[in-house]
Design a binder for this molecule. Structure first.
Ligand code: ARG
Length: 343
């Protein structure tokens, strides 16, 4: 059961956020008169020491550390004694975990956007360099109108820029603080949540504690955007796969992003694009999982929700990898303008 119950391998990623939440909470407790100035100082000192341990990769997770929140409090109490346990006053892991998660996504999603923008830049550079190249556009996999290669490449740019906008809007929407909502219905202590939100860099405070601790709509939304990115890339990957065949001969794949066959030296397999296409299926599975997770439980926190991070983290990594590999494969392939024109 202990192994089954542990989520530290996943939520350990959120140590920066958990520390920030602890530091802001300690200050809020002192301001509410629940900690003395000396107690808060002691706690802040302990939290600074823990930060250093994480920074130097010296923080040791113990088998009994179920999740990042438990690990933090355990270590704080080890370092400064019983005062450490007071940090849990007036809060629950239920409001803590979604606060960490929203903070984490506010930091992580812009990283995905940067990778996405790098692919947009690469496409624009290719479009600029290949303006003279003409090829047939296909509908129903049948030849349709003649187009410039640049027109085709830029069509992916437009799609990606829409995804960039979806991500921007997502970050804007999740920028509200659940902390102070307790397990389900708030905290009995006079915590200044507006001040707390400002200290943590949240734009707004979540208004309804039941909603704040129970909703995982934002998880479904980010996994959907990742899955949408995967689906877009999959459509374009499919074209590049067709274009790499002997029959089309529109592109020559770079060696680093393809594999050969010792038995059939004529082969150069478009693995990068095939994997991108395949992972779009994986992403769709994660989305189904994320929605099913919420569908199956009552309105407020149930432990099922711990699975949210597995699905969201995997979706973010998968979408990012697809973008990186697509960009790499694009950068290393050669367009065969003669063949494109000849068709
Ligand atoms: N590790 C848990 C999660 O990710 C934290 C919340 C646990 N809350 C509880 N009441 N057991 O959801």
């Amino acid at each position: 059961m202990e192994r089954f119950s542990r989520s530290i391998d996943l939520d350990g990623k959120m140590w920066r956020e958990d520390l920030a939440v602890n530091r802001a909470w300690a200050q809020a407790l002192r301001e509410a008169g629940l900690l003395t100035v000396a107690e808060e100082k002691k706690i802040q000192r302990g939290l600074r020491a823990i930060k250093k341990e994480f920074r130097l990769s010296r923080f040791v997770f113990l088998p009994e550390d179920e999740d990042i929140h438990v690990a933090m409090e355990r270590r704080l109490t080890e370092l400064i004694g019983a005062t450490g346990a007071k940090i849990h006053t007036g809060r629950s892991r239920n409001d803590q975990v979604v606060t960490d998660f929203r903070l984490y996504l506010k930091r992580r999603v812009p990283e995905l956007q940067a990778v996405l923008r790098a692919l947009v830049e690469a496409l624009i550079a290719h479009a600029e360099a290949t303006q003279a190249i003409i090829l047939p556009a296909y509908t129903h996999t049948q030849q349709a109108q003649p187009i410039r290669l640049a027109h085709y490449l830029l069509s992916l740019c437009f799609a990606l820029q829409r995804h960039d906008e979806q991500l921007r809007q997502f970050v804007e929407r999740i920028d509200e603080m659940p902390l102070g909502c307790g397990a389900v219905a708030g905290t009995a202590f006079p915590i200044d949540r507006k001040k707390l939100a400002a200290a943590l860099g949240f734009k707004r405070v979540m208004q309804n504690a039941i909603d704040a601790t129970g909703t995982r709509s934002f998880c479904g939304e980010i996994v959907f955007i990742c899955s949408d990115i995967g689906t877009t890339l999959s459509r374009y990957a499919h074209d590049f796969i067709l274009w790499s065949t002997q029959e089309f001969g529109f592109i020559d794949l770079g060696e680093k992003f393809a594999t050969g066959s010792s038995m059939m030296p004529n082969k150069k397999n478009p693995d990068a694009f095939e994997l991108v296409r395949g992972k779009a299926g994986t992403l769709l599975g994660l989305l189904t999982g994320m929605m099913a997770l919420q569908k199956g439980i009552p309105a407020t926190y149930s432990r099922d929700l711990q699975e949210d991070k597995r699905l969201v983290f995997e979706a973010l990594q998968c979408a990012e990898d697809c973008l990186l590999v697509f960009a790499g494969a694009l950068e290393t392939l050669r367009f065969r303008a003669g063949n494109m024109f000849a068709r």
